[in-house]
Design a protein around this ligand. Sequence first.
Ligand code: PMT
Length: 407
Amino acid sequence: MKSIIEGKNIILCVCGGIAAYKSVELLRLFQKAGADVNVVMTGNAEHFVGSMTFEAISGHPVFKGMYGGHPDADMRHIVWAEEADAVVIAPATANIIGKLANGIADDAMTTLMLAVTAPKIVCPSMNTNMYENRVVQRNLDTLEGDGFIIVDPGEGELACGAVGAGRLPEPDYIFDRVANIFFSKDFKDRKVVVSAGPTREAIDPVRFVSNPSSGKMGYAVAKAAADRGADVILVSGPTALKAPFGVSRIDVVTAGEMADAVFEQMDHADIIIKVAAVSDYTPSEKADHKIKKGESGISITMERTVDILAELGKRKKHQFLVGFAAETQNLKENAVDKLNRKNLDMIAGNLVGDPLSGFNADTNKINLFYKDGSMEELPVMDKDSAAHVLLDRIVSRIMTTNTEQKL
Ligand code: PMT
């Protein structure tokens, strides 16, 4: 998918903190996504990472001082500020936060920041006691009130040995947070429930029945919806994936747990998208202890799990209900059958067992089927793109069908 960051002009401001090394990776991520990045450094930042590193990677001179050194240094704070699509300060020290909150402009970075009208993202990073200091918190509140976007620091062991809040989030997280501001917010004020990943049905404490779902497709849908402004609840089976920025995740293991979680969220949901690969059967008996191997084989009696989607279809009121159909053959017939049988508004059929589509692939080939009988065949695309196309279609269906919802 073409990154939403492509072609954007980003200013990366680097302050003097131990986490400054992470800014190099952040710069690289922006560049890989096709952004043009200009770097501004405070004098203290150079004690941690040399400006040559940023110059070499960004391909532009670093803005460090208001005077001398560069022919247009005296106007760069205005020119760069006017051209910026977004400015991100990472790491942001207590010092820069205090200066920005009080309108101080005594160096290149603070002077430029006063001239910026584009979105400004501040990523605090410092010792926990410093971060929790009332003055710093008050300054952060002031910045938030002034329209700055504050990215909360992570918790953990800090370079100073303290354990607590103050870690600069990982570069990919900050990248996503910056990218988020460029998406249209056409799902704003909508609650979207997405299910993703596999479920596991225990045979005994060390064995289970499951499937190869990685969660990639469902997580892509949840991320896309959150990027577009939705309030997203992701009900996830066991996966190795991190919850995307802005998504509330409910972790479940079994089909029964997934059913409980989804039903609990359903009344408040506007749109429900069931991407999860739910086990259709569960062992009737779960052994309390590991089943010991013997000479002969064993038989396991399985019973049906609840069909969550079919139940949602029965109970649905205003919700727009979307299912996925994973098929190995007869995609259209099987998908349309599920669409009608489960009372869905739309179903995304995908063939599994193809390296470019379905389980664990980074791409998917989806055919969309609608309850009015129409269908659309999409080309192979990465799962992020497929997720956005799916959401595009949901928006246009909600807008054009006679439902209580209007986006
Ligand atoms: O996670 P990835 O590795 O990225 O793979 C993505 C995917 C292949 C899992 C995904 O694209 C997909 O096809 N998901 C649906 C998988 C599936 O269970 O399909 P199904 O045809 O068995 O079920 C049809 C629908 O009913 C699905 O929306 C499913 O969530 C739902 N269902 C099924 C059984 C059940 N007991 N309860 C359900 O809600």
